[in-house]
Ligand binder design. Structure first.
Ligand SMILES: *Cc1c(COP(=O)(O)O)cnc(C)c1O
Length: 428
């Protein structure tokens, strides 16, 4: 595919013209540069852009509150009592699950804990948790604290994958070997997909199979998977998954998270779970009885009545995902990221190397780059100059940059202009 690229703006414009998803760019607000142009926004892995329709959707609920007060739970165009159900089928399509297997609730780390309460059940001989190397700090704090909660020492309980020579990515062979090696002691495998730092995608199917073969529970943190990858959670047989919606899913800061619990865990009487009234049978919830009667779906894990304004902006964003389709988005995402990677390697050969695996199937849209030993720039100062020029990526100390061309709103021209600017400021 890369032979169809050339190193000029005309090529970018041509690719944009034939992009079947190009109309979606117009659905989003782009922050502006000092000169009033759209920023080159490549931080969708951190906070996605605001869908223009989000304002109307949130305003609609503010108006319902003004007009109906408490009756807004039952009146208006989208009664609050069932509001989270507006998200269900979109989430199901997004992650490849049945409607009954997903729910929008809480925030990501909260959901991770809720899932571990149910699915991390250490015994004397089987108690270890396998996580990523370079795991996101919150995930590490979550598993460490779960270990301590069960009176276990995190040092002997938490195992990390081993990075290869680049210090970042992990070979598939080594993942499967690690699972085998710790097999009888492994209680839970909890990996990301993609890794938040390296952008490496893990093979969910193979990991679930390997994990189940040794008797472990397998769950995923899809903070960098949902809205980025074309997932098939149900078919993979994964036990649970969680994801946030403010990154790739553009639901706004602090947006509600998602949870998936495979249907084979539904309706179990003996499953330990932190319980709250929103997980209770909907028919009898308002009888306000003292005995918890769980819903027969993943909704049983809900605790509280949810924040409606956050759900409203999530609904706006999920509608756009439904219109575009995750399969089409991934298709464009692959080409856009191929183009990005091709341009970087053509234009910035000395100072930066790409850490994210180069093959399409091994990554999503995000590219992780590292300044090389040959680099003469101060990475942080270079990055600051890029921001001043209106190019938004993110920087991790001491020398890592991450940038994501988002197939919903980034154009090939954005990518071309970003790489041109990256090159211009190198050694400038
Ligand atoms: C973004 C991210 C988080 C953040 O957790 P919140 O609970 O949403 O603040 C956690 N884990 C991973 C892997 C992430 O990428």
């Amino acid at each position: 595919m890369t032979d169809s690229f050339s190193n000029d703006l005309a090529c970018a414009k041509k690719l944009d013209q034939s992009d079947p998803l190009k109309k979606f760019r117009d659905e989003f607000h782009f922050p502006k540069t000092k000169a009033g142009a759209d920023q080159l926004y490549f931080a969708g892995h951190s906070l996605g852009l605001m869908p223009k329709r989000a304002k109307d959707y949130v305003n609609n609920e503010l108006s319902a509150w003004a007009k109906y007060g408490v009756e807004g739970h039952f009146l208006g165009s989208h009664p609050w009592l069932h509001y989270h159900e507006n998200i269900t089928s979109s989430f199901a399509k997004l992650v490849g699950a049945k409607n009954t297997e997903v729910v929008a609730m809480n925030t990501l780390t909260v959901n991770l804990h809720c899932m571990m309460v149910s699915f991390y059940r250490p015994t004397k001989s089987r108690y270890k948790i396998l996580i990523e190397n370079n795991s996101f700090p919150s995930d590490k704090y979550a598993v460490d604290s779960q270990a301590r909660f069960h009176d276990l020492d995190p040092k002997t309980t938490i195992i990390e994958l081993a990075a290869g020579a680049d210090g970042m990515t992990v070979s598939e062979g080594s993942i499967l070997e690690t699972i085998k090696k710790h097999g009888p002691e492994l209680s839970l495998i909890m990996l990301g997909n993609c890794n938040y730092l390296s952008g490496q995608k893990f093979d969910i199917d193979k990991i679930v199979k390997a994990g189940h073969a040794v008797g472990a529970v397998v769950g995923f943190n899809l903070a960098h998977g949902a809205g980025n990858l074309h997932l098939k959670l149900h078919d993979s047989g994964a036990d649970f998954a969680v994801w946030c919606s403010y990154k790739y899913l553009n639901s706004g800061p602090g947006g509600l998270a998602g949870a998936f619990v495979h249907e084979r865990h539904h309706g179990k009487k003996d499953i330990p779970r932190f319980e709250g009234w929103w997980g209770h049978n909907k028919e009898t919830r308002f009888k306000m009885g003292p005995q918890f009667e769980p819903l027969a779906t993943t909704e049983a894990w809900q605790l509280s009545n949810p924040p409606i304004f956050q759900l409203a902006s999530l609904r706006a964003s999920m509608e756009i995902f439904d219109e575009a389709g995750i399969a089409e988005l991934r298709k464009k995402g692959d080409q856009l990221t191929n183009y990005f990677s091709w341009l970087i390697q053509k234009n910035i050969t000395n100072e930066i190397e790409i850490i994210t695996p180069q093959s399409e199937g091994a990554r999503g849209s995000m590219l992780c780059m590292k300044f090389t030993a040959n680099n003469k720039n101060n990475p942080k100062a270079w990055f600051e100059k890029m921001i001043q020029a209106g190019a938004i990526m993110d920087f991790r100390e001491p020398n890592i940059i991450r940038a994501t061309p988002a197939p919903l709103y980034n154009s090939y021209e954005d990518v071309f202009r970003l790489v041109s600017l990256m090159k211009e400021y190198m050694n400038a």
